[in-house]
Design a binder for this molecule. Sequence first.
Ligand code: PMP
Length: 390
Amino acid sequence: MYDFTAALEKLKSKNLYRNMLYLDSAQGPYTEVEGKNVLLLSSNNYLGLCNDERLKLAAISTIKEFGVGSGGSRLTTGSYKLHKELEAKLATFKGTESALVFSTGYATNVGTLSALADPDWVIFCDRLNHGSIIDGCRLSGAKLVVYKHCDVEDLEKKIKRYHRTNGKGLIVTDGVFSMDGDLAPLPAIVDLAKKYNLLTMVDDAHGTGVLGATGSGTVAHYNLQNQVDIQMGTLSKAFASEGGYIAGHESLITYIRHKAKSFIYSTAPAPHTIAISLKALEIIQEDGERRKSLSEKSQWFRRELTTMGFQVPMNDTPIIPLLIGEADLALQYSKLLFEAGLYVPAIRPPTVPQGTSRLRFSIMATHSYEDLSLALEKIYTIGKELNLIK
Ligand code: PMP
């Protein structure tokens, strides 16, 4: 038998072994993790809705009415009117004709890309796109051309080299990059797509609910509604629920519905998760203050880290990477912060490229400035102890 123990030991020796920490309470700014009350700076619960009373009530009343499981795939017994309602509302939210909900964001990307493309296609993919995009591209059998992160010059160079004239070409990018918190240069990407007759797909898992005038995400942030062919999103981050979706033209969405295996062969999301998403969507659309406060706190936190002497990219997304370099140091920093009462994960390869291990802070709208100030003091003290700042 393959020596799994030796393989795991090897991961440990490289500081790439992954321990899981278990939560013992609902997610708030302060959360019980492994029996310790810590400030949570690691959750994608950007709007702080995971423990929101309105979402909990939506789930409870839906469970009382419809039970707890969907009992089958969307094409058999798993589709409820709630799914249809959510799809219609997501399409309106994203400014598209149609939308399709999958059981997770991961399944959405893998299913959509593998349904859309085949070996006759070429897909241009940002180097730092999410793993589910890469897996979907690979599964499709399309020619995969990776361009340098957010580098439109490199993208155009590669399009000129590999582009096919059969109309079977796609550029796919994260809207907000999950481990860097930066934004894709969508206006330039859309221009290139028009110039070379390519489709575009934007994974806005981290921009939705966070960016844009009504919270609809990176595409709206850049005023590019109707100019991106496939807008993908998750219901698992700002929406505080579970699931993923694509939004786009009716014919394209119906095509994916007929072809995406992760849609066809997987059980539909349970009705109460859909009810949570519906309620979250309503709150996102109505409560611009929550989004504004998240953006202000995120910018402030970035500025404070910079003032302390850390190098942190400046933008207003809640994902804030603090680049460390080697995995062992990132892990040590994360452990010391945990002991000091902060939960900030060390992100290591293969999630990020070799030599770019980092701490990934994520801000939530429900953090107070006092919480964040206290965190910054600890980040500074321990950062100094580790010689990470002068
Ligand atoms: N795309 C991106 C950019 C993500 O960050 C994630 C989740 N981390 C996904 C897709 C997958 O979404 P889900 O967690 O809902 O499966």
